[in-house]
Design a binder for this molecule. Sequence first.
Ligand code: PMP
Length: 459
Amino acid sequence: MAECVPNRKRIAELMEKEEKRLEAATPKSFELYQRAIKHMPMGVASTYQARDPYPIYFTHGKGPHIWTVEGQEIVDFHNGFGCMVQGHAHPAIVEAIQKRAPLGTQFALPTEDSIIMAEHLAGAFKLPQWRFVNSGSEATMDAIRVARAFTGREPIVKMFGSYHGHHDYVMVSIGALDYGKIGPRDDYASLSYGAGIPQSSIDLTAAVPFNDLENMTKRIERMVAEGNAPACVIMEAAMMNLGVVLPEPGFLEGVRELTKKHGIVLIFDDVKVGICTARGGSVERWGVVPDMITLGKALAGGTPAGAIGGSEEVMEKVNDGTVFQVGTYAGNPLGMAAARASFEKVMTDEAYAHLNHLNDRIIAGCDAVCEKYDFPGYTVGISSKGCVNFALDKITDYESFIKTQDHELVALAWLYNINRGIIIAPGREEEWTLSITHTDEDIDRYISAFEDLVRDVTA
Ligand code: PMP
């Protein structure tokens, strides 16, 4: 492992230099921002699109590329936080949308494509019953409600640091602004993520450490003993908002056993993992079948759709009318047509083989750069997802992420990339999403920008 510890003063200087370079290249974005802030907080549609001092605005995308309002072509490794694993404007998805639009895009009445998609997902995820929604947040919100109805319990358990959407139940213990408040590993605090979340919701959500079955078991068994048994454990099989944190061998199997033992519904939130890492997401990758699955993002090739899958038993609560799982746009024909095209024509075995090839190339390239410069970093990757951790020690959960990851370098890497024609997801979600349209050339461009960063930081 590398020994070289980055020089803070040097990082600050590089940051200033790169920020100036970006500002010089994006005058039109600044102009748009001035207009936008008059009517949109932070000048954007979602806080996740904001950037200090101003966001870069984009016009269009094709395949692996997107274009800024300044007309600069950028290789896209952000891919809409992982929605666009199919690449932008994929001809098969465009064709499906073009065929569907003149036939009507919304009835709030059932159409056949939703049945076909439910059949596809049942096969891929080994769960027989499906419903459709419009986003990842809707999927997790409804799945938790079903789990509560099924068990007759109210508390829920999540992994500390995980993100499952922006509704009240799960805007808890995503991060600790004051790290001292996190508490002991078998009794993590329930911390609100931003304002406006009712205390009653916060109190119902307990957080446990990822990859730590012992402390998770202690917490859950204490909840059970105190008469507060949880309705569900909601988790990503691999955490995808701290870079990429893979499950240690045996962890998912252990969680499956623990939840079964206490009658807790196990929900794998595959909003990021599903589709992007395998057609059958976490179930196909790790072979552990949960009671429920939630999907979103890449499901419908860049149109807003999500899905909830479940066992016959759990979903009977929806089937018998006990739970109202509803939504005006649920299963809308445009999203279902795009999802079907993606599933049947785009995300083929060859597409996944190509993603694996690209991931091997980007991992090998970035690892070689770390080695060449004796740089304290290492890579993690599966299929379309991966990252370089700017860390000496292995990141296995939120605590090790906060203690080990070099957050200044993460911010600097974003600037280095954008100034070299590459975009990755901003902030701590710095993992890349590769698309099936990326080429070896695109990957080599990423590696070259990474080498620029490492060379300059270690100079
Ligand atoms: N679950 C996970 C694992 C996610 O990563 C996200 C979004 N980043 C969501 C749920 C929420 O999805 P959406 O933003 O579409 O509501």
